[in-house]
Design a protein around this ligand. Structure first.
Ligand SMILES: NC(=O)C1=CN([C@@H]2O[C@H](COP(=O)(O)OP(=O)(O)OC[C@H]3O[C@@H](n4cnc5c(N)ncnc54)[C@H](O)[C@@H]3O)[C@@H](O)[C@H]2O)C=CC1
Ligand SMILES: O=C([O-])CC(=O)C(=O)O
Length: 263
């Protein structure tokens, strides 16, 4: 039985535990915020509120499903201790210094910083296409107003008053992922797989007509072109987070331990 630790006890964690409990051979511990009122439910063996206690439990892999601040707070310590660290809040790595420090910590610990595809896909193609000079990569996020409630409120906009597509942002991936830490982690993922944070162009649109969380990736380069639109259903408990994300994390965990993987 392997030991899996999940940082964060929200929507993604809940779904991961449900899926893993159905067949994977893991015992699961979670790390909650010290102030959070959370007790172990089905599938969760132990609840920690302190990272040192979690590390003393000696997990085989730690998955972060908490937020960008949790990556800067915990990842380096875990990696230096030789524990693979799977990041969901990839936008934290838009900070180049943090990204380099975590790669170094992984090397020092002889382990890996793991980055899942999350809400998007096609990263294998993007990675290969980016090996050719001149490849261009763009990303467009189009989510309904329900995914943008606090951000719209900060602009003084009532979500129900958005009746036409509204461009929130146009710029580069690092800025998008930093400005919108709960909606644009995938911009950083795409940038890391492809042509980098400062070369990946991003548009963010609040679209009242979007049938879900739409992600469009375009690649144009010497090797060919590629256009992919993914229409994700939002998570039942969190409209910002696409439902598929927890599954992507579970796939990454299985892939880490399995002797053979595809893709
Ligand atoms: N890579 C991807 O495709 C995606 C990544 N994400 C990332 O996943 C994160 C989690 O998403 P959800 O589970 O839907 O959010 P959620 O808000 O339902 O759950 C987050 C949980 O983490 C806890 N938390 C926050 N900071 C913490 C800390 N420092 N230590 C311990 N616990 C902490 C919160 O109390 C909450 O229980 C998002 O904030 C986002 O950064 C979300 C969607 C897609
Ligand atoms: O789940 C999604 O659709 C994307 C998302 O929130 C993120 O990248 O942070």
């Amino acid at each position: 039985m392997r030991k899996l630790a999940i940082i964060g006890v929200g929507n993604i964690c809940r779904q991961m535990v449900e899926v893993i409990a159905q067949g994977d051979q893991f015992s699961i511990a979670v790390l909650k915020r010290p102030s959070a009122a959370f007790t172990a439910g089905p599938g969760i063996g132990t609840v920690f509120a302190d990272i040192d206690d979690l590390l003393a439990w000696k997990p085989d892999l730690i998955a972060e499903a908490a937020g960008q601040a949790a990556v800067s707070q915990y990842a380096a310590t875990c990696l230096r201790q030789g524990i693979p660290f799977l990041v969901s809040s990839v936008g934290a790595l838009a900070d180049e210094n943090l990204y380099k420090a975590l790669c170094q910590a992984a090397q020092d610990g002889n382990t890996r910083l793991l980055i899942p595809s999350g809400a998007i896909g096609g990263l294998d193609y993007v990675r290969s296409a980016a090996m050719f000079d001149g490849a261009q990569v763009t990303y467009e996020s189009r989510k309904p107003p329900s995914a943008w409630v606090p951000e719209l409120a900060a602009l003084g906009i009532e979500p129900t008053h958005v009746t036409e597509p509204l461009e929130l942002f146009a710029g580069m991936a690092d800025e998008a992922a930093t400005r919108y830490p709960k909606n644009l982690n995938v911009a950083a993922t795409l940038a890391l797989a492809g042509v980098g944070m400062r070369n990946t162009k991003v548009r963010v649109i609040v679209d009242p007509n979007a049938p879900g969380n739409l992600h469009t990736i375009k690649v144009d380069g010497p090797a060919g072109s590629f256009e992919l639109t993914i229409a994700n259903k939002p998570s039942p408990d969190n409209p910002k987070t696409s439902w598929i994300v927890s599954r992507s994390l579970v796939v990454s965990i299985r892939r880490y331990f399995e002797p053979c993987w595809v893709g």
